[in-house]
Design a protein around this ligand. Structure first.
Ligand code: SF4
Length: 207
């Protein structure tokens, strides 16, 4: 599976009417405003850097980048923990499932070849959380079950939201081990054919 083409995302970002911003867009802009990697905050910022700020980590224009649900903070491009997550992962092929991230702020979900990755990075012991993800398809979906490889991630029965959307949730327990490397597999039918999608969870537990 591959993510939607970056050129398509950029084109959409420039064409989008950004005058009436949803809250998630405003929140991202607030974070970027004070970020040291914002080109306008660099010590050697030019007039252009100040008029039309870019993220110096990924090179994107900040107003456009933050307007796209599929984008995540540019820190991810330089191997650092992103300051805001992607709200959606869109695949390039309509035969694959797209993902909507309904989890609490900063839980970062991305696509990694043939699985989705929930990457916590360093997580404080005891900071358990509930991950909620929706998968969408242009075809009819019928969720069957979710299975986990480890007791640190306990999935609930997947729910059908509408004929093209299913929702899964699982709790992540950070008190059982010093590292979580777990896989949740969602089994479902699409147009009567049995399929599965994997979600890997990665976290290092710190005191
Ligand atoms: S996208 Fe992230 S790294 Fe780039 S300016 Fe905004 S907060 Fe900073």
């Amino acid at each position: 599976m591959r993510k939607v083409n970056k050129a398509k995302v950029i084109a959409r970002a420039f064409l989008k009417d950004k005058s009436n911003k949803p809250n998630w867009h405003k929140e991202r802009l607030e974070i970027c405003e004070t970020c040291p990697l914002n080109s306008k905050n660099l010590p050697d910022a030019t007039v252009i850097d100040k008029m039309k700020p870019r993220c110096s980590a990924c090179g994107c224009f900040i107003l456009e980048k933050t307007s796209q649900e599929t984008e995540m903070c540019g820190k991810a491009d330089i191997g650092e923990e992103p300051l805001w997550p992607a709200l959606k992962v869109e695949t390039s092929s309509s035969s694959n499932l797209d993902l909507i991230n309904l989890s609490p702020d900063k839980i970062n979900v991305d696509l990694n070849k043939d699985y989705y990755l929930v990457n916590y990075g360093d997580t404080k012991k005891g900071s358990d959380s509930l991950i909620t993800l929706q998968f969408t398809s242009k075809d009819s979906l019928e969720p069957i079950e979710c299975k986990s490889t480890c007791g640190c991630t306990t999935p609930a029965k997947p729910k059908l939201i509408d004929k093209n959307t299913m929702e899964i949730s699982f709790s992540v327990r950070t008190t059982r081990a010093s590292r979580i490397v777990s896989t949740v597999t969602v089994y479902y039918n699409v147009n009567g054919q049995r399929r599965n999608v994997k979600i890997k969870v990665n976290a290092k537990i710190v005191d």
